[in-house]
Design a protein around this ligand. Structure first.
Ligand code: CO8
Length: 376
């Protein structure tokens, strides 16, 4: 099936924002917000009209998720109990957008890593959870900033976006509609998170990753990973949702409802997505005459360390070591689409020719992808 063109990931890049926020810093801010809220609403709480808020705990966060800290593009607003969101000034339309800047930084590293320049790329896909605007596509802005010919477009499949973007790039190279594709995953999750909600105030971080996908024939690096196969799955669920959109102003009064920022039923997500992803990877390997013995590493989406342990155990048949299933969420938290690519970027240098691993992003939709790669 498909053309005989073999396709590879030839480079990756990572842009890490300058500010790190620890669990303790977040919890201190959150708890002071809670105390103030409860004091301000003491009478209504006593009458049973308003529910008192409960405090958060750094120990709970680390135990329940594995997260210890996260990077953000702006820190002061997030840690101000009177603000509780990042303060990011709007830029002039003539200036590059902040997400474009992040994308360009990660892309330059990925291009250098692949041993090529922007002029060698002929398609740009921005694949991420949250776009800065309706249009024009961020990918076209990134294309322009880097001086890339060809075309660009955006796609959003939440935390699975990078896996879906890799498949789109793979298909384009295989079909001959592009020769080298840049896939970029800029995520400013902090701008879409509800830092006043105890269930999710700790979950996300900001980052940008980039990937170069091209034909094996045109490679300029000897450190590439051939994409052996890709498989995607989606299954509708409202358990992870962000209902912010252009129709909001048509329903006056709805703009500030809780569903206009990230919202999830975390426990349900954990229970439903874990088996779905394990099944996807196991099936995908079997379809390609592979099994656990052939797999050196799983580069999984970084949402929850316990979730990843369960998926890895189901795929590998035993508890995964840090070498078999590296975690970066202790330092980066959940960076949505970028998580599996951060892991791939940081933990692949020890691969020898012929060794195989799986990249897998998963999340809202539900959506999940499995990308089987082999070091050339
Ligand atoms: N501090 C102290 N206690 C707490 C806290 C807290 N912060 N939060 C909850 N608790 C308490 C609860 O009240 C509960 O208490 P009790 O037992 O007395 O009722 C207890 O702790 C357990 O609560 P939960 O059952 O909710 O806790 P879990 O063990 O399930 O852990 C997690 C919560 C960590 C959220 C976990 O459920 C999880 O990680 N689930 C998977 C989530 C996931 O993978 N989501 C993917 C979403 S991301 C995605 O797809 C992209 C979306 C776009 C992102 C971009 C924008 C921001």
């Amino acid at each position: 099936m498909g053309s005989n063109i073999r396709v590879a990931i030839s480079g990756t890049g990572l842009y890490t924002p300058p500010f790190s926020v620890s669990n303790e810093e977040l919890v201190t801010c959150f708890n002071s917000y809670v105390r103030q809220f409860n004091a301000d609403n003491a009478e209504a709480i006593a009458r049973g009209e308003v529910a008192a808020l409960e405090e958060s705990s750094a120990a709970f966060i680390e135990k329940a998720s594995g997260i210890k800290s996260r990077y953000v593009v702006e820190k002061s607003g997030i840690l101000d109990p009177k603000v509780m969101h990042p303060l990011i000034p709007e830029r002039e339309i003539s200036e590059p957008s902040i997400m474009c800047d992040m994308a360009v930084a990660a892309a330059k590293q990925a291009l250098a890593n692949a041993g090529i320049s922007a002029q060698d790329i002929d398609a740009v896909i921005v694949a991420c959870s949250n776009m800065p605007r309706g249009y024009p596509a961020l990918a076209i802005e990134v294309q322009n900033a880097l001086g890339i010919r060809g075309f660009g477009y955006d796609m959003n499949v939440a935390c699975a976006s990078a896996s879906f973007g890799i498949q789109a790039a793979y298909n384009a190279v295989k079909a001959g509609t592009a020769s080298r594709v840049l896939v970029v995953n800029p995520e400013i999750c902090s701008a879409h998170n509800e830092f006043r909600d105890r269930d999710c105030h700790f979950i996300f971080g900001d980052v940008c990753t980039a990937i170069v996908v091209e034909s094996v024939e045109g490679l300029c690096t000897d450190n590439a990973f051939e994409i052996l196969a890709t498989k995607l799955i989606t299954q509708y669920s409202t358990n992870i949702m962000n209902n912010f959109g252009f129709l909001n102003r048509c329903a006056p009064g709805s703009e500030n409802k809780r569903d206009k920022l990230f919202k999830q039923e975390g426990r349900k997500v954990f229970k439903e997505v874990t088996p779905m992803v394990a099944e996807l990877i196991v099936t995908h390997l079997a379809e390609n005459q592979l099994d656990a013995q052939h797999i050196k590493r799983l580069w999984l989406h970084q949402a929850n360390s316990n979730m990843n342990q369960l998926i890895a155990k189901r795929v590998l048949g035993h508890d995964a070591s840090a070498e078999e299933m590296p975690l970066v969420l202790d330092e980066y938290a959940n960076t949505s689409s970028a998580g599996s690519i951060i892991a791939f970027h940081k933990y692949r240098q020890d691969f020898n020719s012929g060794e195989i691993g799986v990249i897998s992003g998963f999340g809202a939709g539900y959506s999940a992808g499995s990308i089987i790669v082999k070091h050339l």
